[in-house]
Design a protein around this ligand. Structure first.
Ligand code: ADP
Ligand code: MG
Length: 334
């Protein structure tokens, strides 16, 4: 039995003419999940979202919601709703009528659609702004209205394409915690496209890392950060040093490393030796980068400020970095 509102991509591909934008993806997202599609520009995130919304036809495969195939249904019949990056509010309508718009299209009478629109403006903390036009609102406020408008049809899934990218950094962090809260309150899944690792880690229950139209890894944020499966994911998520030993490739977290004097003797530790080429103070931690002879790759060490200042090493110092065997693990080359 399928759990209600489970989203499934089954062997889904998308060609734009000759170009393969999404290559045979398989994905299952249970109800009430905050899911982020994460990956570099052009990897197929938006295309995947638009195929789920019905704004883009699939070339192959099947998309299901709650066990029912939806890929042949028009967007309004799928139970999905999409919030657009540019908000796409109607400039001539006030907030209340913008939010109520799709209910009006469905022929629902004014008193009922306005009551529902007020409820949603309340949910996004915009109840005092119902009579304003979009150009009388800040970017963040317009976004809240767009969110309310997307939610008025009681969708089973809300789809958001880079919803925070137009906001300034302060507002972005504020809005992302509100998005998460609204998702929890509604108990539906949000599928949120982003190219920001930080955003995905802060928001998601499940992160789907995409690369070249394929899914590279699906994981919760902690496991994704700590145990990236492939070299690509380790590099994309950051936070790890990548070390090659012959044909093997390993990851070791930058904050799992001790800094020692150059003559440090290894016991059950792994070590590399090199010369410090930068030290950056970053508030509660210090980021040190080390050049290793015969290695093109920079090696990074993150120390808490108190540990660093106990024995502050400087640019040009020769050092040995050491870490425990159990903190290092093997990656799949990619
Ligand atoms: P992302 O959202 O991850 O940046 P997209 O899904 O927008 O990536 O694009 C995936 C690939 O498909 C890219 O190579 C892009 O150039 C291509 N693409 C996207 N939309 C179209 C289109 N309408 N026509 C042709 N190619 C497209
Ligand atoms: Mg995109």
């Amino acid at each position: 039995m399928d759990v209600p509102n489970t989203i499934e991509f089954i062997s889904v591909s998308k060609f734009y003419g000759e170009q393969l934008a999404v290559n045979n993806i398989n994905l299952k997202i249970p109800n009430n999940t905050y899911c982020c599609l994460l990956g570099p520009s052009g990897c197929g995130k938006t295309t995947s979202l638009r195929m789920l919304a019905g704004h883009e036809a699939i070339s192959n495969g099947s998309i299901r919601l709650g066990g029912q195939e939806i890929n042949a249904l028009p967007p309004a019949k799928r139970g999905t709703a999409m919030m657009f990056q540019d908000y796409a509010l109607f400039p001539h309508l006030n907030c209340l009528d913008n939010v109520a718009f799709s209910l009006k299209m469905r022929g629902i009478k004014k008193s009922i659609r306005h009551a529902k629109a007020r409820e949603l403006l309340d949910l996004v903390q915009m109840s005092d702004y119902g009579l304003r036009k979009p150009d009388q609102l800040s970017g963040g406020q317009q976004q809240r209205v767009a969110l309310a408008r997307a939610l008025i049809t009681d969708p089973k899934v809300l789809l958001l394409d880079e919803p925070l990218s137009a906001l300034d950094p302060f507002l972005r962090i504020k809005m992302r915690s509100e998005l998460k809260k609204i998702q929890r309150d509604l108990g539906i899944s949000f599928i949120h496209v982003t190219h920001s690792q930080d955003e995905a880690m802060a928001l998601a229950d499940t992160i789907v890392v995409m690369r070249n139209g394929e899914i590279e890894q699906v994981s919760n944020p902690t496991d994704l950060f700590n145990y990236p499966k492939t070299e690509f994911v380790a590099r994309f998520m950051g936070g790890q040093n990548i070390i090659r030993r012959g044909n093997d490739i390993f990851a070791i977290r930058k904050d799992r490393i001790k800094l020692n004097h150059a003559n440090f003797v290894k016991k059950d530790n792994f070590t590399v030796s090199g010369i410090i080429n930068s030290v950056e103070f970053q508030g509660n931690h210090v980021h040190i980068s080390v050049s290793i002879p015969n290695d093109n790759e920079e090696f990074s060490i993150i120390l808490s400020d108190s540990i660093y200042y106990d024995d502050a090493k400087k640019v040009g110092d020769k050092i040995t970095a050491a870490w425990k065997f159990q903190d290092q693990y093997q990656l799949i080359l990619s």
